[in-house]
Design a protein around this ligand. Structure first.
Ligand code: 0RQ
Length: 502
């Protein structure tokens, strides 16, 4: 077999994706690798989808529970959703086909903090894990596994699953060996000890994943790329939000609240996050570090510029161009990038200790500072909370960013009351829209409302928000701490559903 599988025991288990997929039966729970379109299995999910479709054509039931690190790709969630093969999914989904089924009530979706999944699997909250399907870059002679472009929940799935299927993907750079740090010190309460990490680049684990060879029932060879979504250049609104944010960091440095090299950065995925990284590229800050989830192109740019010294994350979420850049000179990044398990990359203890500056997108915020990251009009899920809660709640300083309008102005992303809460008013520090920035730290709810309306709301909606708060204050003189008009609090959402406009 290939030079990627040099373990004599495991090279004896090499087989086809179709054979490997036979280990999955109706009703099973399957744990797969994959985080933000990186490191998901490329062949077995498709073969499983065919097996499921065939069973359905014979009138047999066949649906599984699927646990991942985070989002995968069309050939995983998309294919399995198309054949109606999913009964339950956790902890994160970004696939549009699966999203439709979840919102139609046909697939149970457990939207969970990404740092919680592995430990909750260990606690037994999700029941047994039958099969793990994990992509790696190589299998070493001693059976150790060289992880690929993401680590995610792979350690937990390899340990927890009854049976293990490995996909060894030749597309994954062999040079990735040495880019990982897999922590093997986790224990269950009451036996936990502190995690001894005090710098984003500190090694606390092994460069390899371990697997009990006795559990490995199949090894499948593949040669297929990650999702590698191309990036779009930041639009004007994103640039403006990035400018406000970078200016605010400057202001915090001047005030002596953060050092000139800032504090370890976490940024969510998407347009604004990348615009912020571009903004930092042009800014004066040096010696930056990142303690984050996903390495997007913007972080590579910052590494290349020398302004960013080091990045801890759990996956690469690069564009095709970013992949080429990385492949051209992996040595330039070695020792400056570490990929960890997501329970460590997002660990509340570590985020709190390091004093992370967290930057994440949102769907909407209310005047009092509650943030909805996940649901449209209270009920339809978009993606999931992802790591935003892991980071935001424990951050030294957090930002939530969004354009002030959605759907061509029919929706205000600043509303009287959020229609779903992911981050409570107690957790949210700074809101940013293209209109401006509202620093909510240390303010009472009514002071927060003044600031959010003045700085973040779009002018088309500002007066009505002001009017709402004023009338709420007047209506009940004994209920002025967080004034609301209960009949009206969600009327903006109601109006959008009825009339197509808030
Ligand atoms: O929908 O494409 O159908 O038009 O939401 O919105 O403005 O493109 O912004 O791509 O940054 O996503 C919160 C979803 C923002 C994302 C969210 C609609 C809008 C569009 C996308 P269309 P934009 P973004 C690390 C951190 C949670 C997970 C997280 C997210 C679509 O940031 O999933 O933070 N966050 N992870 O039209 C109705 C509103 C809306 C709205 C936006 N108020 N009402 N629709 N949209 N605002 C990463 C991981 O954890 C893996």
């Amino acid at each position: 077999h290939s030079d990627r599988i040099t373990c004599p025991v495991l090279s004896g288990r090499v087989t086809s994706a179709a054979e490997a997929a036979k280990h999955v039966e109706h009703g099973m729970s399957v744990g797969i690798s994959g985080f933000t379109g990186a490191g998901h299995p490329k062949a077995v999910p498709g073969a499983l989808a065919e097996r499921i479709a065939l069973a359905h054509s014979r009138g047999e039931e066949f649906r599984i529970g699927l646990w991942s690190g985070a989002s995968t790709a069309p050939e995983v969630d998309g294919r399995l959703a198309e054949v109606d093969g999913l009964d339950k999914r956790l902890p994160y989904n970004g696939d549009p086909t699966l999203r439709r089924l979840i919102n139609a009530g046909e697939v149970d979706y457990v939207d969970a903090h990404l740092s919680h999944t592995a430990q909750q699997a260990w606690f037994g909250f999700f029941g047994p894990l039958d099969v793990a399907v994990v992509e790696v870059a190589a299998v070493l002679p001693n059976g150790l596994l060289v992880p690929g472009s993401s680590v995610g929940n792979n350690k937990a799935w390899l340990e927890r699953a009854e049976k293990v299927v490995l996909e060894v993907n030749r597309w994954q750079p062999r040079d990735l060996e040495g880019f990982h740090d897999v922590y093997y010190g986790t224990a269950l309460p009451p036996h936990r000890i502190p995690i001894q990490l005090t710098h984003p680049m500190q090694r606390i684990g092994d460069p390899y994943l371990r697997v009990d060879p006795a559990k490995v029932v199949a090894v499948v060879e593949t040669d297929a790329p990650d999702r590698n979504t191309p990036l779009t250049a930041p639009d004007d609104a994103s640039r403006r939000m990035a400018d406000y944010l970078v200016d605010f960091l400057r202001h915090e440095v001047r005030a002596g609240r953060i050092p000139p090299s800032l504090l370890p950065l976490q940024s969510g995925v998407g347009n604004v996050a990348n615009a912020v990284m571009e903004g930092l590229l042009d800014a004066e800050f040096e010696g930056l570090t990142a303690f984050t989830e996903v390495i997007q192109d913007g972080l590579l740019d910052l590494l290349d510029s020398g302004k960013l010294t080091a990045v801890s994350a759990t996956s690469f979420g690069l564009s095709p161009d970013g992949v080429q850049r990385f492949l051209a000179n992996p040595g330039a990044y070695k020792g400056r990038i570490l990929l960890r398990s997501q329970e460590i990359s997002n660990h509340p203890e570590l985020v709190r200790r390091l004093g992370v500056i967290a930057i994440n997108g949102m769907i909407e915020a209310d005047v009092y500072g509650n943030v909805n990251s996940t649901h449209v009009m209270g009920s339809s899920i978009m993606n999931g909370i992802g790591g935003s809660g892991d980071f935001a709640r424990n951050a030294y300083l957090n930002f939530f960013v969004s354009p002030s309008l959605a759907k061509g102005g029919a929706i205000s992303s600043v509303v009287p009351m959020v229609s779903h809460v992911d981050h409570t008013e107690h957790d949210v520090h700074v809101l940013v829209t293209e209109q401006g920035l509202a620093d909510l730290r240390g303010l009472s709810p009514t002071d927060r409302a003044d600031r959010v309306i003045a700085h973040c709301a779009h002018p088309d909606y500002r007066d009505r928000l002001r009017d709402y708060v004023d009338r709420a204050k007047a209506a009940r003189p004994t209920a002025r701490h967080t004034p609301h008009l209960l009949d009206e609090a969600l009327s903006w959402h109601r109006r959008f559903l009825d009339e197509g406009h808030m």
